[in-house]
Design a protein around this ligand. Structure first.
Ligand code: X2X
Length: 333
């Protein structure tokens, strides 16, 4: 303070008093990238986790968030978290499955009846099995999976009412082998595109349809370029919060503990956000012009069974992973 005496001029004082909350610059910068707009609960809760990490480490650790595909699409961010350019990335299970195939186990069509089954599986044996497989790829998956939601189908063409509506439908799916397999099995013409490309692809009619949970349709404004939504609940999808393995292992134990607690607890809150959001979201999307219809999900299942979809993926995932899933949801194939 005494140093300031005699300087007197405002600029010095301004500099002094605009120092951020934490006196020292962070010693550890964690870089986290994701594919969702800032208004999605995933980003809102991740920001809270970042604030908590800074606070609980007295500013020693900062988590910088790069939302909304700022650093590229899913495939780019997956490379970045593998090579260490990113510390954290939240790929959907569908997307990390391009690297860790068994991670798509939660995306078996029509497997889950409700969220009780989802969390019993993902906080239980299915999630544990997948996290181990992720670790084998030199990535660390935090315990709590974040919610994306039950995926629904939207189109700019005729409403999707049953499996017959799928014939030849140009539908965008994520960069995800099981999604391609499922929609091909349903008779559609699926195309893999990163999420960063979806709005434009729908707008320019490169594809006519897409499938995503309602909160994504809302925050990414897909209702502007789609006219109807079939409530199919065909896949439950979530985000794994993954870390570069070397960076994770290199973190001091106390930091690791603070970071994992902050992120895991934020993830639990994020699940509640999605649940709350789901309550009024249909009405909101309807008011924005999206028409909703029920669809004949039994016709979808039957078509998938006939196409050999369940048999094929049971074999791909292997008896152990499949057994964990069936221990929660009952016999599938
Ligand atoms: O790309 C998608 O459709 C999204 C946003 O749901 C995923 O991250 C898989």
């Amino acid at each position: 303070r005494s140093l300031l005496k005699g300087i007197g001029a405002a600029p010095a004082a301004v500099t002094l008093f605009s120092i951020p909350r934490y006196a020292k610059a962070a010693e550890i910068s964690l870089r986290y990238g994701n594919n969702l707009p800032l208004s999605h609960p995933l980003n809102i809760r991740a920001k809270e986790a970042a604030d908590r990490i800074a606070k609980e480490t007295n500013g020693r650790v900062e988590m910088l968030i790069f939302p909304a595909n700022q650093l590229g699409g899913d495939t780019d961010m997956l490379s970045q978290v593998r090579n260490g350019a990113l510390t954290f990335f939240t790929p959907s299970a569908l997307v990390i499955a391009t690297l860790v195939p068994v991670a798509a186990i939660n995306a078996v069509g029509f497997a889950f009846k409700d969220y009780n089954q989802v969390w019993a599986a993902m906080d239980g044996p299915v999630g544990a099995f997948v996290r181990k497989a992720i670790a084998d790829s030199r990535l660390h998956a935090l315990e709590t999976m974040w919610d994306n939601g039950f995926r629904q189908m939207t189109t700019s063409g005729a409403p999707i009412e049953s499996a017959a509506s799928m014939k030849g439908l140009k539908i965008r799916v994520p960069v995800s082998p099981i999604s391609i397999s499922m929609f091909a099995g349903l008779g559609a013409a699926p195309a893999s595109l990163q999420f960063s490309e979806v709005y434009t692809a729908l707008q320019t009619k490169v594809v006519d349809a897409q499938e995503n949970p309602l909160p994504i349709i809302q925050v990414a404004k897909l209702y502007e370029v789609q006219s109807s939504c079939a409530l199919s609940n065909h896949i439950w999808d979530g985000y794994w919060f993954i870390a570069n393995g070397r960076q994770w292992a290199g973190m001091p134990a106390d930091v690791q503990e603070i970071v994992s607690r902050a992120i895991n607890e934020a993830g639990l809150k994020q699940r509640e956000d999605i649940k709350a959001l789901n309550e009024g979201i249909q009405a909101d999307l309807q008011s924005k012009g999206l028409k909703f219809n029920q669809c004949d999900t039994e016709s979808f299942r039957a078509k998938l069974r006939d196409a050999g979809f369940y048999k094929e993926w049971k074999q791909k995932f292997g008896p152990e992973a499949w057994g964990h899933l069936e221990s929660i949801v009952g016999t599938l194939a």
